[in-house]
Design a binder for this molecule. Structure first.
Ligand code: NCD
Length: 325
């Protein structure tokens, strides 16, 4: 089979070489790869702010969303990303599919693969599910969140949100707070921020901190006042009750009292510290509404906006490695 030199219309920015066929996790990515996505996403932020948001890089390509877990932001932004690049996008609703009749993940994926999608965007409760599919199908697989493992596009959009507001990632101190144990967002961010030269702290109650988390090169805190001292970024995580097998916190009220983010707590961080949350938020549980809605300090809506641009960049880069039919 001959390899196409370029099957997309718009060439990649000068000097940009991309070799990955799938995006399964941030672990093992180089700083250059992360920077490539962020630089391209910056261009797509501009495109998304125009009245005419459409380009043609994915013309003729098909993106299939396969979400076995609920999603608002991630699913919608992959749909928009595919459409804004001129591709065809289809979102399978797993609740009404043959999965309900007992079809295995692999059978469902192979069936969809036979319809010749170019991208399969997969969210699944099982860690490693996207990798399993990537080994079997011949399209590009993007992990949209697998169990407690990774959520690579979330970490990339978080990084873009920080970089656009602070101008850099290197040298910043970022506190990731709350339910670290169940969070794929935390894991992907720890890999990404570490690789980009940020100092990462995790802050949470002992029951929600994985026992070997310090091996990931982070500083570990169980007390918010200490953990937030002098940080540049406070990244709050949702208390992920659906992943909890048993009781990890006394009550949401108690949790808020000791681990919820309020302006009072934020006072020990740098005066220009910014607040993030991947959503969906539990207001009054991990974050006070006043803080979440402070447009000067909160990056939460930037994260949603830049999520579309980051996913466009990911699709575009993967398309550059696909072969022509
Ligand atoms: C996150 C997820 O699904 O992992 N949400 C998201 O993608 N924006 C975080 C969460 O569910 O708490």
């Amino acid at each position: 089979m001959s390899r196409a030199t370029s099957i997309t219309e718009a060439p990649l920015p000068d000097g940009l070489v991309w070799t990955k066929r799938h995006i399964l996790g941030i672990e093992g990515w180089s700083a250059a790869e992360i920077t490539a996505v962020l630089d391209l996403a910056d261009l797509y932020v501009e495109q998304n702010r125009r009245a005419d948001k459409r380009s043609t890089e994915l013309r003729g390509r098909t993106v299939m969303n396969l979400f076995f877990e609920d999603s608002t932001r991630t699913k919608t932004s992959f749909e928009l990303a595919g459409k804004r690049l001129g591709g065809d996008v289809l979102s399978m609703s797993v609740g009404t599919s043959s999965v309900k009749k007992g079809e295995t993940l692999l059978d469902t994926a192979m069936t969809l693969n036979a319809m010749k999608p170019d991208f399969l965007v997969v969210r699944h409760a099982q860690s490693g599910a996207p990798k399993l599919l990537a080994d079997k199908v011949n399209c590009s697989v993007i992990n949209a969140g697998d169990g407690m493992h990774e959520h690579p596009t979330q970490a990339l959009l978080d990084a873009l949100s920080i970089r656009r507001r602070k101008g850099r990632l290197e040298g910043l101190t970022v506190a990731i707070c709350g339910d670290i144990l169940h969070s794929r967002v935390a894991r992907s961010n720890i890999h990404l921020l570490g690789t980009m030269g940020a100092q990462v702290r995790v802050v949470g109650p002992p029951t929600l901190l994985p026992s070997s988390i310090d091996r990931m090169g982070v500083d570990v805190f169980t007390d918010m006042d200490r953990g937030l001292k002098d940080v540049d970024i406070v990244m709050m995580l949702r208390l992920q009750s659906e992943r909890m097998n048993g009781k990890f916190v006394p009550s949401p009220r108690e949790y808020f009292r000791f681990h919820g983010l309020t302006f009072g707590r934020l006072a020990v961080a740098k005066p220009d510290a910014l607040i993030m949350h991947p959503g969906p938020m539990n207001r009054g549980v991990e974050i006070d509404s006043e803080v979440a809605d402070d447009i000067g300090r909160s990056l939460i809506l930037d994260q949603v906006e830049f999520g579309v641009a980051v996913r466009m960049a990911c699709l575009r880069l993967l398309a550059s490695t696909q072969q022509a039919a």
